[in-house]
Design a protein around this ligand. Sequence first.
Ligand SMILES: NC(=O)c1ccc[n+]([C@@H]2O[C@H](COP(=O)([O-])OP(=O)(O)OC[C@H]3O[C@@H](n4cnc5c(N)ncnc54)[C@H](OP(=O)(O)O)[C@@H]3O)[C@@H](O)[C@H]2O)c1
Length: 329
Amino acid sequence: MMKAILVKQPGGAEQLELGEYPLPEHHSDELLVRVKATALNRADILQRGGKYPPPRGASPILGLEISGIVEEVGGNCSAWHRGDRVCALLPGGGYAQYVSIPAKMAVPIPDNLSFEEAAAVPEAFLTAFQALYWLGGLQGGQQVLIHAGASGVGTAAIQLARQAGSIALITAGSARKLDFCLQLGAKVAINYRDGEFAAHILEATQNQGVNIIVDCVGGAYWEQNIQSLAVDGRLVLLATMGGGTVSQVILTTIIRKRLQIIGTTLRGREREYKTELTRDFVTRIMPGFEDGRYKAVIDAVFPWEEAAEAHRRMEDNLNLGKIVLTVGD
Ligand SMILES: NC(=O)c1ccc[n+]([C@@H]2O[C@H](COP(=O)([O-])OP(=O)(O)OC[C@H]3O[C@@H](n4cnc5c(N)ncnc54)[C@H](OP(=O)(O)O)[C@@H]3O)[C@@H](O)[C@H]2O)c1
C-alpha cells in the first residue's frame, strides 16, 4: 500500500483526506516513480466534485502531473536508471506516493530545476505547447490572445509565445494579474471586468485582429473571440469556464475570415499522441528550462496534508501560475 490523497465523497475541498491506496502496477515499458511533488489543475477541482471522471483505465486518484525519482525500471526501458529525476504528464494518480508512467512519457528534470518546479511544468506547458504549436500553428511575428493569462496554462502560453517571437496579448480579472503577465512578457494586458475585450484587441492590433486565441472561457467570450480573430485565425478552445453554450453563432464571419475553431482535451488523448507531444516538447522546449528562457511559474507550495487549502486557493482564483503540493513520506 502507499499513501495518497483520496476524495471521501464527491464534493468540496473538505472531502480531501490523506489515506491509503494500493501501489500502482507497472509493466515492462513503464517506470515506477516515487513522487516528490505534484501540481494542481482545474480538472482536479472538477473531478473532486464528481464532474470530470478520469478516462478509462486511469487511476481514480486526482493529479495530472508529477515530479519524482525513478524507483523501478521496467524490462524494456533500458534508457532509464533507478534514481533518475523525472517529471511527467498523467491521466490521473498524481496525488500519491507512487505512480507508474510509460517510459516514453518521462521527461528528465534539468539539474537546475527543483522537484517543485518540475512538477509545475508538464500539464501547463504541454497544454500550451499543444494549443500554440500543434493546433494553433504558431509562427514568429504572429499575435496571440491568451485568456486567463495568469493561470497555469496562461503563464506557460505567454512564455512560449514570446520565445517564438510572437506577441502575447492577455486577459485577466485583476490589476495584480495583469501586472504579473506583463512582467512575464505579455505585450498587452486587458482586464475583462472593464468592459468588452474585443475593442481593445482590435485597437492594439490596428484592426487586424489576432492570429491565435487560446481560450478556456468559452461561451461568454464566443462573440468577442470571433470579432478578435484575424483572417485565417484559429480559436483553440480548452475549456468552458464561462459557459458551454452559445446563443449566436456568427457563421458568415467565420466563413468570411476563414476562421478555424479547434476544440481539444489532452487528458483523454491516446497514449501515442501524448508520447509524441512529450517527445516534441522535450526536444524543442525543455532546453529552454536549462538556459533560463523558460521558468516554472509557481504561485505557492503546500505540503500535501494541506491539499484542501491548496484547492480553495485555486477555486478562489487567487493563483498566479501553478499551485504545487509536496508529497510526504
Ligand atoms: N483542454 C485541455 O487539454 C486542458 C488542459 C489543461 C487545462 N485546461 C483548462 O485550461 C484552463 C486553465 O487551467 P489552469 O489549471 O491553468 O487554471 P488556473 O490556474 O486555475 O486558472 C484559471 C483562471 O481562470 C480565470 N477564470 C475562472 N473563471 C473564469 C470565467 N468564468 N471567466 C473568465 N476567467 C475565468 C481565473 O482568473 P481571473 O482572476 O483572471 O479571472 C482563474 O484564476 C482551465 O479551464 C482548465 O480546465 C484544459
